[in-house]
Design a protein around this ligand. Structure first.
Ligand code: TYM
Length: 336
């Protein structure tokens, strides 16, 4: 198929927080999709460091994690020549559009966000206004680039709904300004589950490090974590209701080995859980190995990372400034 010129392709936007490690959930739920979309869409991807400030960060650690996140995105296959890749705080339009949008989002709608409820429950000592406003910043991220699609995991669906409502509300008042963005959530890997409590989402903030796999975990650590993954009291490796642990492992295995569930079930027919879990661990470790090697090389090359984020910010600013000015004019601000 002939490639369309970049400006005719629909826009995709997504972001990832640079807090701690990237988990296998982030990778299979979002990042693999980000990479895949680069040929058919005009992709804009961001390390959303401003979002991370909603939870207290150690400044030196946040700086390191931000650069490592950038290196990881490049290592996963985000190509800075094809896609716009930048660090959110480098592009001032994000904070500016957030303020305007904040004035068009009802308090009640923000208060209903389950992530706000969960995070304020987890950090009762720091329930700050940023945590509450978080989805407004997310809406600004997306709407600034007039994104049509947003590749995310299932946990971001509610935030996406708020972005859509905000775009619709603004368009209703001021006329067509923003495309209404669609979530792109993978059917199988949209919700990768904890290895220890497979009815819960795999999360890097889990207090039990055995519950999640970091994409930078050493191969032996990955294998160990899979060996201790919680399954069930049966013996059959099959995908069906009630077998949350096994289902999760099958989904992970199929994603890294590019298999269908039926193929994986056939491979493990008559085999025990021990052998199955070991094989999933090995497959994940093998899949991540080249990515880890690339990440290490890229992280060491600070000059390249600097060049990459400066160029990315320039491109992101050029696109987003046009939207911000349009919005400012529509609401009655004087654009100098
Ligand atoms: P964050 O940084 O928590 O996660 C990044 C992406 O990883 C997905 N994800 C998962 N997918 C499947 N299974 C899991 N267990 C799993 N855990 C995480 C998330 O859904 C997400 O797609 N608010 C966002 C970042 C953001 C953003 C945006 C996203 C800021 N602005 C604009 C899209 C558009 C977040 O905290 O993602």
């Amino acid at each position: 198929m002939e490639q369309k010129p970049a400006e005719q392709k629909p826009v995709v936007f997504s972001g990832i927080q640079p807090t701690g490690v990237f988990t296998l959930g982030n990778y299979l739920g979002a990042l693999k999709n980000w990479v895949r979309l680069q040929d058919d869409y005009r992709c804009v991807y961001s390390v959303v460091d401003l979002h991370s400030l909603t939870v207290r960060q150690e400044p030196r650690e946040l700086r390191e994690n931000t650069l490592r996140s950038l290196a990881l995105l490049l290592a996963c296959g985000i190509d800075p020549e094809k896609s716009v890749l930048f660090i959110q705080s480098h592009v001032h339009t994000h904070a500016e559009l957030t303020w305007v949008l904040d004035c068009y989002i009802p308090f009640g709608e923000l208060g209903r966000m389950t992530q706000f409820k969960d995070k304020s429950g987890a950090h009762p000592e720091n329930i700050n206004a940023g945590l509450f406003n978080y989805p407004a910043l997310m809406a600004a991220d997306i709407l600034l680039y007039r994104a049509a699609s947003v590749p995310v995991g299932a946990d971001q669906k509610q935030h996406l709904e708020l972005s859509r409502n905000t775009a619709i509300r603004f368009n209703n008042i001021y006329g067509d300004t923003f495309p209404v963005p669609e979530p792109l959530i993978p059917k199988d890997t949209g919700r990768v589950m904890s290895l220890q409590e497979p009815t819960k989402k795999m999360s890097k903030s889990d207090i039990n490090p055995k519950a999640y796999v970091s994409v930078l975990d050493r191969p032996e650590t990955i294998i160990k974590k899979f060996k201790s993954a919680v399954t069930d009291s049966e013996t059959e490796v099959a995908f069906r209701e009630g077998k949350d642990g096994v289902n999760n492992l099958l989904i992970i295995y199929c994603a890294v080995e590019n298999l269908t569930i039926e193929q994986a079930e056939a491979e493990f027919a008559g085999k025990g859980y021990g052998e199955f879990k070991l094989r999933v661990g090995e497959a994940v470790a093998e899949h991540l190995r080249p990515l880890q090697e690339r990440c290490e090389r890229l992280y060491a090359d600070k000059a390249y990372l600097g060049e990459c984020y400066r160029k990315g910010a320039e491109k992101a600013l050029a696109i987003s400034k046009r939207t911000l000015e349009k919005v400012y004019k529509k609401v009655g601000l004087i654009v100098p």
